[in-house]
Write a protein that binds this ligand. Structure first.
Ligand code: GLY
Length: 369
């Protein structure tokens, strides 16, 4: 059964998240946004286009003035300003004006890129998120962060732009390949660790159903996880304070992602970064040793890595310090005070970071030990 949740922005209801198991209700949802008098451009990538592109175009055509579709090649390497430029060109050719609308159909790359186009085309037009991956449903489609990578740096160029609707058909998750599914799961685990110990416990208790992608379990998992994200972004939409807690695992995670040339998935790197941050939390006696090992080992049944090979810890440290999560020269690190409570800390030293990277680094010597 479809359920919904309203997210506020600047203390006013701004957009709904619809949790459901098909695309059937999408036309009615778009009608409530005045689609009948607007053109809609579905922006997607080649992979999602081949699965859902025609179905969505057919549905959207039913309820708006004119529907068109633009698909760019799949992959993080296309989350850049060249793709943005191509979308601008397409919108100009199709005569899109300020009252028209974009619909992002796909994962995080599609949502972030389309959102950035929506934030900047004609100084801003409306957009709707239709996330199809777990990463996008649990995290990136909510909260209005949009943007693209620049020169190998993640999300270096961007803007805050709230969507008008987030339509989550979680039946799309049942066909997602394993690695992508579990990569998205890392962000859900993160939500439990930073803000909601009950969510963390629920994830452990429902491990088998989550791995089976049972529909009722997926709906409950998404609603619980999105509720954490909603509360955080409502309180601090533009990351002046608490929203930075959502970067738990991302400081070292982003560095590994870049060092490994985006070979590892984002969520896999977040899991590694989360283990490293939990390790620092343990060494600072914020977490007990048992809690640290429990957190670390909880990623394993969800097929997420807790060690990484073929990296240079010194290079990861350097990249960690060049990440945009720096403030006045110090790294803005997120640590855990306990399960379900994260804190921002700007005093983490290079030695502590290096020790944490060494903790997750599986070296040749380990292999022969
Ligand atoms: N994914 C982190 C945030 O939305 O702030």
């Amino acid at each position: 059964m479809a359920e919904r949740m309203t997210v506020s922005y600047q203390r006013k209801p701004a957009y709904d998240i619809v949790f459901t198991t098909s695309f059937d209700e999408l036309p009615a949802e778009l009608e409530t946004l005045g689609a009948a008098n607007r053109k809609i451009c579905i922006v997607t990538d080649s992979k999602v286009d081949s699965i859902y592109g025609e179905e969505l175009l057919g549905l959207v055509q039913k309820c708006c003035k004119k529907a068109v579709k633009y698909a760019f090649p799949n992959g993080e390497e296309n989350k850049n300003l060249d793709t943005v430029k191509e979308i601008y060109k397409f919108l100009i050719e199709e005569g899109f004006d300020r009252k028209d609308m974009l619909l992002a159909l796909g994962g995080g790359v599609v949502g972030d890129t389309t959102g950035y186009v929506a934030a900047t085309y004609l100084r801003g037009i409306d957009f709707v998120q239709v996330p199809t991956t777990l990463l996008a449903q649990a995290d990136s489609s909510i909260g209005g962060k949009t943007g693209v990578d620049f020169d190998g740096y993640k999300n270096m160029v961007g803007a805050f732009k709230m969507p008008k609707l987030v339509y989550m058909n979680h039946s799309t998750l049942t066909t997602l390949d394993e690695r992508q599914y579990y990569s998205g799961f890392a962000e859900i685990m993160k939500h439990g660790l930073i803000k909601d110990a009950m969510l963390y416990e629920w994830l452990i208790e429902n491990m088998y159903e989550i791995c089976d992608r049972d529909a009722n379990t997926l709906q409950e998992m998404l609603m619980r996880s999105c509720n954490v994200k909603k509360l955080v972004v409502e309180k601090d939409p533009t990351e002046q304070g608490d929203r930075a807690l959502l970067n738990y695992g991302h400081t070292i995670g982003h560095a590994i992602e870049k060092a490994k040339n985006f070979e590892l998935f984002h969520g896999e790197c977040v899991a590694l970064g989360a283990v490293a941050a939990a390790y620092i939390s343990w060494k600072r006696e914020l977490l007990s040793m048992d809690e640290y090992y429990e957190i670390r080992d909880m990623f394993v049944p969800f097929n997420l890595p807790i060690t990484v090979e073929d990296i240079s810890p010194e290079e990861i440290l350097k990249l960690t310090k060049s990440d945009k999560k720096m403030e006045n020269g110090s790294v803005k690190f997120v640590l855990l005070k306990k399960i379900g409570k994260a804190v921002i800390d700007k005093t983490v030293t290079d030695d502590e970071i290096l020790a944490a990277i060494n903790e997750i680094y599986f070296s040749e010597e380990d292999a022969h030990a």
